[in-house]
Design a binder for this molecule. Structure first.
Ligand SMILES: Cc1cc2nc3c(=O)[nH]c(=O)nc-3n(C[C@H](O)[C@H](O)[C@H](O)COP(=O)(O)OP(=O)(O)OC[C@H]3O[C@@H](n4cnc5c(N)ncnc54)[C@H](O)[C@@H]3O)c2cc1C
Ligand SMILES: *[C@@H]1O[C@H](CO)[C@@H](O)[C@H](O)[C@H]1NC(C)=O
Ligand SMILES: *[C@@H]1O[C@H](CO)[C@@H](O)[C@H](O)[C@H]1NC(C)=O
Ligand SMILES: *[C@@H]1O[C@H](CO)[C@@H](O)[C@H](O)[C@H]1NC(C)=O
Ligand SMILES: *[C@@H]1O[C@H](CO)[C@@H](O)[C@H](O)[C@H]1NC(C)=O
Ligand SMILES: *[C@@H]1O[C@H](CO)[C@@H](O)[C@H](O)[C@H]1NC(C)=O
Ligand SMILES: *[C@@H]1O[C@H](CO)[C@@H](O)[C@H](O)[C@H]1NC(C)=O
Ligand SMILES: *[C@@H]1O[C@H](CO)[C@@H](O)[C@H](O)[C@H]1NC(C)=O
Length: 589
């Protein structure tokens, strides 16, 4: 969501032409027609984080092929990221990332937003959204994972059970340039031998960071928290990001690096859209091990059958889209668009849950941040991978808070958070002539959906995020702005303030609501559209072992199976989930 922080960004984006020409590896096929027709795969993953696709797909393809007996095909709709140096520069986020790396989705007109339709970005490249995202690394609250265990009845999803896998995925990388970061993170909660590089930024602490730390010391409402990734995120924390050594550490860079690509058991097929999964044999067999594929631009389709399993990792939009095109969903709704039902599973595409944010600013006499000299910054990055371009537009610190326990909203609507250590609110604060920041709702009651607009697989699905349709959600944003006001009312800030933060719910609730509905932004953190649930449960789409309910040969591993919006940015939960998914798939192989 820091895409929108571009309002505040001190870095102007630019594109950079790769200096190095890379030779395509033999295991990477550029289109569906080049894939050998006689080759057999045990497992087919769709989406580069998982088997089909992006963040999760890259993890799973990498982990499974650690076993030389497992043969994997990874299919990705977008291009390869090999040699795409522009994706590796953290400071290129958001505007320096080329259009070809994006899906160009737009939500349906939102009734909660005065009928605004919002662009809904997703990564369309190997590594998926992790190749283009804002890189903020937040695991969320331990309570979030304990709730996964609760709704699935599988203790393997508990935070404590997952902790070894969390460490297995991470390669803590300190801070670029080697500044002293003692007291800015907790070494005991990190992993050091994993794949994804996680680091503190090159620069810091700046004057504003120090003012915030002063405030956190005052024993006030906003205590300093040494590490946001301990499972207990509440308080003021230093931001950790999925970069290291001055470069973005996407799922593809981290998990599909050269030596993984050289495995003879891994083939990667890019620029190829999965249009459906099909039953092997007759339709009634419900053994969905065949994927139908075509080049991204359309054209002739062909089938690839996995010997053991197909894993969908096409993300919270792509995965339900493929399932629905395959006839797996609500029969009435599929009939209406002319897709024959193959398996009734009513929650496919339902229960979409997402974060939503609002920007609020006042003015102050605090000095402005000096502008960055981009030419010099690019030269520095090119020379030794240090400097301002090693950072994203994210602030150095984030503040995580809960609604007061006596809050009217909690009493009236119940608490949708996973537990007492999970925040309802994230504040990304900024200081200067324009001060304030972004306030995010982390625990929405509103839920949306992904449905088919057409049976044509190359037509975008309808993405109805349904923001702010539950009254609780706007109440949280009011509290978030009140919290922001209290934060800036301390002596360290108040003497600089010229005009107060607006919009202000206490200056007029109706105006606040109108402003929020007219200008709030998406955090791009959709989850829940193919939710996990207990074995045998009527609701949900996958069992606790991530197999699609009631069919054979098909499982899902990506953000879509996460049942509730995590209380942090979503890539870390997806990595954690993908590590366990790899173990689950491997154990049944
Ligand atoms: C602009 C942006 C900024 C973000 N910022 C942050 C952040 O700072 N921190 C954070 O933690 N999270 C952030 N997120 C969210 C986070 O990146 C995602 O939640 C996470 O990467 C999702 O992983 P996934 O595996 O579920 O899906 P994705 O990583 O999106 O992977 C899905 C893959 O499947 C492919 N695919 C889809 N359909 C098909 C098909 N039919 N055939 C073949 N392939 C297909 C896609 O091209 C994609 O590669 C951001 C997201 C965006 C878009
Ligand atoms: C999105 O638009 C850009 C620019 O037109 C294009 O390059 C890209 O391929 C589009 N993405 C998809 C998934 O079609
Ligand atoms: C989930 O939590 C509820 C409420 O605390 C409890 O009643 C239920 O037994 C839990 N279920 C499991 C499977 O742990
Ligand atoms: C790093 O900072 C810590 C605390 O601020 C300090 O105790 C330590 O001596 C510093 N280490 C080095 C190598 O300067
Ligand atoms: C793929 O398989 C389906 C179902 O068996 C079949 O109808 C279709 O013709 C096949 N497509 C191709 C291109 O072989
Ligand atoms: C299927 O969708 C229809 C139309 O939206 C809805 O009325 C019906 O309740 C749904 N069925 C189930 C079992 O959810
Ligand atoms: C990196 O290069 C810049 C100049 O471009 C220089 O100022 C800096 O000291 C170098 N840093 C390291 C760690 O070499
Ligand atoms: C999805 O939403 C429906 C309707 O709101 C609800 O009945 C169901 O329990 C939800 N399923 C899950 C897995 O959350």
């Amino acid at each position: 969501m820091y895409r929108s922080m571009k309002l505040l960004a001190t870095l102007t984006a630019f594109t950079f032409t790769p200096l190095v020409a890379h030779v395509a590896n033999a295991a990477v096929f550029q289109d569906a027609s080049s894939l050998p027709s006689d080759k057999q795969y045990d497992i087919v993953v769709v989406g580069a984080l998982s088997m089909v696709g992006g963040t999760a797909g890259s993890v799973i393809a990498s982990r499974l092929t650690e076993d030389p007996k497992i043969n994997v095909l990874l299919i990705e709709a977008g291009p390869d990221d090999e040699g795409a140096i522009d994706l590796q520069i953290p400071g290129n986020f958001p505007d320096g990332i080329e259009p070809k790396y994006h899906w160009n989705f737009t939500t349906t007109p939102q009734s909660g937003l005065n009928d605004r339709a919002l662009p809904y970005d997703r990564g369309h490249v190997l590594g998926g959204s992790s190749s283009i995202n804002g890189m903020v690394y937040t695991r969320g609250a331990a309570d979030d994972y304990d709730r996964w265990a609760n709704v699935t009845g599988d203790d393997g999803w508990k935070w404590n059970s997952l902790l070894p896998l969390i460490k297995r995925h991470e390669r803590w990388s300190g801070a670029v340039g080697g500044r002293n970061i003692s007291g800015q993170y907790d070494p005991s909660v990190h992993g050091y031998d994993g794949q994804t590089k996680v680091a503190l930024p090159w620069s810091g602490p700046n004057a504003f960071d120090n003012l915030c730390l002063e405030e956190a010391k005052a024993g006030s409402e906003f205590p300093f928290n040494l590490d946001p990734n301990s499972g207990q995120p509440l308080g003021l924390t230093w931001v950790q990001s999925t970069f290291g050594g001055g470069e973005r550490s996407s799922a593809s860079r981290a998990y599909l690096h050269t030596s993984v690509r050289q495995r003879s058991t891994l083939d990667i097929l890019v620029n190829t859209r999965v249009t459906r999964v099909l039953s092997v044999g007759n339709v009634g067999s419900k053994d969905f091990r065949t994927v139908e594929i075509g080049t991204t631009a359309g054209g002739a389709l062909r089938n690839v059958t996995a010997r053991v399993e197909v894993v969908l990792s096409a993300g919270s939009i792509g995965t339900p889209h493929i399932l629905l095109l395959s006839g797996i969903g609500n029969k009435t709704e599929l009939d209406a668009v002319g897709v024959p039902s193959t398996h009734e599973l009513n929650d496919v595409g339902k229960n979409l849950s997402d974060h939503f944010a609002l920007f609020a600013f006042g003015t102050s006499t605090a000095p402005d941040t000096p502008p960055v000299d981009h030419t010099a910054a690019l030269l520095q990055w090119t020379q030794n991978r240090t400097g301002p371009l090693t950072e994203s537009v994210t602030p150095h610190q984030l503040l995580w808070t809960r609604l007061p326990s006596n809050s009217e909203a909690l009493q009236k609507y119940g608490d949708p958070s996973s537990g007492p250590n999970a925040p309802h609110i994230e504040l990304a604060l900024t200081w200067g002539p324009n001060f304030g920041g972004a306030a995010s709702l982390l625990t929405p009651h509103s839920r949306g959906s992904v449905t088919l607009a057409s049976s044509n697989p190359f037509t975008d699905p309808l993405i109805d995020t349904n923001y702010l349709t539950h009254p609780f959600d706007i109440e949280v944003l009011k509290e978030a702005i009140r919290t922001m006001k209290r934060f800036y009312s301390s002596p360290g800030f108040s003497s600089y303030i010229v005009t107060p933060i607006a919009p202000d719910p206490d200056a007029g609730e109706a105006e606040f609501e109108a402003y929020t509905r007219n200008s709030g932004v998406t955090a791009l953190h959709a989850v829940g559209t193919a939710s996990m649930s207990a074995t045998g449960a009527k609701e949900g789409v996958v069992d606790p072992d991530l197999k699609v309910k009631g069919v054979k040969g098909l499982s899902i591993a990506d953000a879509s199976v996460i049942p509730y919006a995590p209380t942090g940015h979503t890539s870390a939960p997806v990595y954690i989930l993908a590590e366990r998914a790899s173990d689950l798939i491997r154990s049944r192989y």
